[in-house]
Design a binder for this molecule. Structure first.
Ligand code: SF4
Ligand code: SF4
Length: 335
């Protein structure tokens, strides 16, 4: 991995240049007391004061709603127009934190575990992730409890750590190298800085080893009912999560033509597993809460060798009834 230095001004000029050359740039933009990833047209729009954006950046590769194909029936013939990959632009996501960059690996695991998902893979192919290490954290952050860290390089193509007047740039992947090499004059030599000094100190809240040992054998545990008693099943936790990938297929039909749409969904919704017959295998909220945690911490590691949680804390920040996932995991690890 190559290390370089880039000043704040050069970084802004570099992003402007990439945008001018046709890459779409997504970056954190503040609106009121919230900050979220938006496509920007000027670096003036970027805001880096937040601890965490409300939404993750997953919509870049897994949009909230997307058209998978269109169809038209005419004179007894059906014409299909498949998902168009050529229109996907080169994309740079700037300013995501390491917990978000790490979230693309579990997403990729889910979208490739049986049939490779064309829209997701094509978007990822054209996306470069320029992450920024965390220099601040809050009580909801627990990346260090799930093998992450505020300066974790896993998942990023380039990781920038804010240091004096600029950034230490770690060029991690070939994609990152290509992007940096395109405009190498913006970069300076490795400043030989120990980045640890600049990173937020995120306390470890529970033993991952203990959690792993216990959670897989807890299907029948009363803990799920007790923990989920106040869960409203609103799905906010899934919508903000960088690794949640539940979706529903909807038909947007207009007479003899229409679109097949993929829309975000959540396993916390009571209708998520409802069968046409009326039978619902996850009838009560405790079964849905159990599914959420077992999927992330047992089924995914078992089936696709990756955990479905990066410790970003978004679900706890977003929950209207203060369900705190780190507290629940701590309880499970200490049972
Ligand atoms: S489950 Fe919660 S803490 Fe874990 S990655 Fe998703 S939103 Fe972040
Ligand atoms: S955000 Fe909170 S209340 Fe809503 S489904 Fe998630 S855990 Fe339940």
């Amino acid at each position: 991995m190559e290390k370089k230095y880039i000043s704040h001004n050069s970084l802004m000029n570099w992003l402007t240049k990439l945008n001018d050359e046709g890459s779409q740039i997504y970056a954190p933009v503040a609106k009121g007391d919230k900050t979220d990833y938006k496509q920007i047209t000027s670096v003036e729009e970027i805001s880096m004061d937040h601890i965490q954006t409300t939404q993750s950046a997953k919509a870049v590769a897994f949009p909230r709603t997307e058209k998978l194909f269109s169809y038209k029936k005419e004179n007894g013939d059906v014409t299909l127009q498949n998902f168009e990959t050529t229109s996907i632009p080169e994309t740079v996501v700037f300013g995501i934190h390491p917990c978000d960059a790490a979230g693309f690996k579990p997403l990729s695991g889910i979208f490739n575990w049986d049939t490779p998902d064309l829209p997701f893979n094509e978007r990822m192919k054209r996306t470069t992730l320029i992450a920024v290490s965390c220099t601040q954290c809050d009580e909801f952050c627990f990346c260090t409890s799930v093998n992450g860290s505020p300066g974790n390089t896993a998942g990023s193509d380039i990781l920038l750590t804010p240091v004096k007047d600029g950034y230490l740039a770690e060029i991690i992947t070939e994609k990152g190298e290509n992007l940096a090499d395109k405009h190498s004059t913006f970069f300076e030599a490795d400043p030989n800085i120990n980045k640890e000094e600049y990173l937020a100190k995120v306390p470890v809240q529970f033993s991952l080893e203990e959690l792993n040992k216990k959670i897989s054998n807890m299907f029948e545990s009363p803990v799920w009912k007790q923990q989920s008693e106040r869960c409203l099943g609103c799905g906010a936790c899934a919508y903000v999560c960088p690794t949640c990938a539940c979706f529903d297929i909807q038909e947007d039909a207009h007479g003899s033509s229409g679109n097949r749409l993929r829309c975000w969904d959540a396993c916390g919704f009571s209708l998520f597993t409802m069968h046409t017959s009326g039978h619902n295998p996850r009838e009560v909220q405790s079964q849905r809460w159990r599914q959420r945690l077992l999927h992330k911490f047992s089924y995914m590691p078992e089936r696709i060798s990756v955990r479905g949680c990066t410790g970003c804390g978004r679900c706890s920040r977003a929950c209207p009834v203060d369900m705190n996932i780190a507290e629940h995991l701590t309880e499970i690890a200490s049972l």
